[in-house]
Ligand binder design. Structure first.
Ligand SMILES: *Cc1c(COP(=O)(O)O)cnc(C)c1O
Length: 437
């Protein structure tokens, strides 16, 4: 499998390794597979008894037959995924695909962990080291930090705005130690992002540290996110036949794009529902055909507060050949904060489950889809993107119930915090990096 930029499909194609270490294409576009391998037979051969690691290994080999044989593909899957998705029936027609059983308790663990395992493998093979440099406003940094923690040949530097992340988020970033350095910046998230950008254009620093990023747009995070859709299909195929529907809580639209890739490779899907919060530019686009990015609005499902989703460019590129109208595969639903609260409360009362505010947008969309077709036996698989314990205040306020904190999060709360406090300037960042590495 080779990759090209969304902005120049006739431009130079690159290997998975090059696309992964570059992150963005040189022209500012996103990397996209040049061709769609036909994995229909492979995907149909997967049964409900197949483990996630075995399924992921088979897909890695199917996608990259020149790079991996069966054994090395399974070995990569094993190193990338020491955790697995779980399916849970919520109510008739609605199945939750729980993606929060990884270390940071959110679905981003799947992409980040695969990226980390692949980068480690490439660097060891070449005898090189690299430094991951990334800024976080709280949530996404923890998946990256945990995924790269303890990997060989890689150091991780995470910048976060002091006093502006939640106590749990701060513990997730600052208690790992080892190859993970947490820089507590006395400024805003925008300062952190600017410092990272400035560091990337500093050639001397780049040469010395071999800087690379682990952004959510990285193909190394995108590709593995398709694996859990295919896993859900394999688990449910006896009952869904070809009528599976996925409801996907969406912000930057990486998760949904990965599902669409799985469909391109041969997973039978009848529909994807893009569930957003009040940041509804994609549902609007699906309704009107006009894409109007806007500044983001703050909502209860804050990991989806995106007004200009980067992966929209990938979705457009996928449908650009005109073979299929995007509306025949993807529909959109925007869910207000009020409906998020009501859905969380109602799921608790009806099903005895707490769902996080992001997952609630998907459940709302799934229920609306089923209600529109009474008597249909469709199954809507709703991606449960985070554990409710990451959003204690919202649960308390919306449902009046405190989620139980999983052991892997509770443990962090007692560990000593280790961070280096720095001024919000690239000079301060450069000084720390040169001193440490
Ligand atoms: C990042 C995130 C989302 C949105 O995923 P995208 O791939 O950006 O659409 C949804 N829910 C949670 C909990 C997240 O962390």
């Amino acid at each position: 499998m080779r990759f090209v930029s969304t902005r120049d499909r006739s431009g130079r194609d690159v290997s998975f390794g090059e696309a992964m270490f570059r992150g963005l294409a040189p022209d500012g576009g996103l990397y996209q597979p040049t061709t769609d391998p036909d994995l229909r037979a492979l995907i149909r051969s997967f049964g409900a008894d197949m483990s996630f690691v075995d399924l992921a290994g088979a897909l890695i080999q199917g996608l990259f037959p020149e790079e991996y044989d069966a054994a090395s593909a399974r070995d990569l899957a094993l190193r990338a995924f020491p955790f697995a998705p779980q399916l849970r029936r919520l109510e008739p027609g609605v199945v939750l695909l729980e993606l929060f059983h990884g270390p940071s308790c959110a679905f981003k663990d799947f992409g980040a962990s695969f990226l980390a395992a692949s980068m480690e493998e490439h660097l060891k093979a070449r005898g090189e080291r690299a430094t991951i440099l990334t800024a976080t406003s709280g949530d996404t940094g923890s998946a990256v930090a945990q995924a790269f923690h303890g990997r060989e040949n890689i150091d991780v530097v995470i910048l976060y705005p002091s006093g502006r992340v939640s106590p749990l988020q701060e513990q997730q970033l600052t208690t790992l130690g080892g190859n993970v350095l947490a820089l507590e910046v006395t400024g805003s998230f925008d300062d952190c992002q600017r410092m990272v950008k400035d560091a990337f254009v500093d050639e001397a620093l780049n040469d010395r540290l071999n800087l690379t990023s682990a952004n959510s747009i990285n193909v190394g995070r995108l590709i593995p996110q398709s694996f859990y859709y295919i896993y859900a299909f394999a688990q449910l195929k006896e009952e869904v036949e070809d009528e599976i529907v996925f409801a996907v809580p969406s912000g930057n639209f990486g998760n949904l794009t990965a599902g669409v890739l799985g469909w391109r490779w041969g997973m039978p899907v009848s529909e994807f529902i893009a569930a957003t919060n009040a940041n509804d530019v994609v549902p609007q686009y699906l309704d009107t055909g006009v894409f109007t990015p806007r500044p983001s609005l703050k909502t209860l499902a804050n990991a989806m507060d995106v007004g200009n989703p980067s992966n929209f460019e990938r979705l457009q590129a996928i449908f650009a050949d005109g073979m299929l109208d995007i509306n025949s595969l993807i529909s959109g639903v925007a869910v207000s904060d009020d409906l998020i609260r009501r859905t969380m409360r109602d799921v608790w009362e009806r099903d005895g489950e707490l769902v996080c505010p992001h997952t609630a947008t998907g459940v709302y969309a799934a229920r609306e889809r089923l209600a529109a077709e009474p008597g249909s036996d469709a199954t809507v698989v709703t991606l449960a993107t985070a554990h409710p314990a990451k959003f204690v205040e919202v649960s308390r306020e919306a449902v009046g119930v405190e989620p139980e904190i999983p052991e892997r999060l509770a443990r962090l709360l007692d560990l000593p915090k280790e961070s280096v406090v720095i001024e919000p300037t690239v000079d301060a960042l450069r000084a720390v990096l040169l001193d440490r590495y």
